[in-house]
Design a protein around this ligand. Structure first.
Ligand code: SF4
Length: 266
């Protein structure tokens, strides 16, 4: 059962070190989606509530905190949670934050939930907004292990389609890119008619944590070994870049970790 912890936040726009974004807004800390590879699990060092995915802190005053505030730069939602995780359906905290947010703020949202389309009416009020869905096309048996409570692939793809139909700029964040588990060309073919831009992010094996590494080594040893090999990753990077060029889609960036964090724009 999910442990819900209401908290009062002191501030809501946090300066960000994520490239391409200046501030982050996290309505929640912790994420029910419980992805096995989640890079945000590091927050468990300071939050002694239990395993990742079993608890969520809710910033109950977050909607009040954004009122009347403007920040100059791109604001990203969210970095240590998914703003559209299941509890959002009941609490509507993200929705209230968006309602109160200055619509001149440049906003970027990324989620693994089709609940995001609920807020299309508010997205339309922002002057500059882009909304992304993480997709990877994992086989359903794999997805149930790696992303147990996130929307399934078809729902995420449908959400991208619905955003497009509503003229909201959208992007597909193809992540985590894991050799042999992700078919980049197939994902592009499936979505290219209604996706504005693509990101590809290679899995960060270190940040994904011990439990995930063990699962991958046992279940997909080829993928695991490839991710450990700098040589194979460089080869794969060029293959990904070639595929993106061949498909002729708009590419926002390719994120790699094997030689330190890098965003390559091509
Ligand atoms: S949706 Fe994002 S924040 Fe939530 S568990 Fe998965 S990777 Fe982590």
């Amino acid at each position: 059962m999910l442990q819900v912890i209401p908290i009062k936040a002191k501030s809501i726009f946090s300066r960000s070190r994520i490239p391409s974004c200046d501030f982050v807004v996290n309505p929640y800390v912790g994420c029910e989606h419980a992805c096995l590879y989640c890079y945000a699990k590091f927050v468990c060092k300071w939050k002694n509530y239990g395993s990742w995915g079993s608890w969520v802190e809710v910033k109950e005053n977050a909607a009040e905190l954004v009122k009347g505030k403007y920040v100059n730069g791109t604001v990203y939602m969210a970095s240590v949670s998914d703003a559209y995780q299941p509890i959002e359906k009941e609490l509507e905290l993200t929705r209230k934050i968006l309602e109160n947010m200055d619509k001149k703020i440049r906003l970027a949202i990324l989620t693994k939930s089709d609940l995001v389309v609920r807020d299309v009416d508010i997205f339309k009020k922002f002057k500059s907004i882009e909304v992304g869905l993480t997709i990877n096309g994992f086989d359903e048996n794999v997805r149930k292990v790696l992303e147990p409570r996130a929307s399934d692939h078809d729902k995420r793809v449908n959400a991208l389609h619905e955003l497009h139909e509503n003229r909201i700029k959208n992007y597909a964040f193809i992540s985590p890119f894991i050799p042999e588990l992700v078919d980049l060309e197939a994902l592009i073919k499936e979505t290219r008619d209604f996706v504005d831009e693509y990101w590809v992010e290679f899995l960060n094996l270190r940040a994904a944590g011990e439990e995930f590494r063990k699962w991958l080594a046992e279940n997909h040893p080829y993928s695991y070994k490839a991710l450990l090999s700098k040589e194979k990753m460089e080869k794969l990077f060029y293959e990904v870049r070639t595929t993106l060029k061949k498909c002729g889609v708009n590419v926002a960036g390719i994120v790699t970790h094997h030689a330190g964090f890098k965003i390559i724009r091509s």
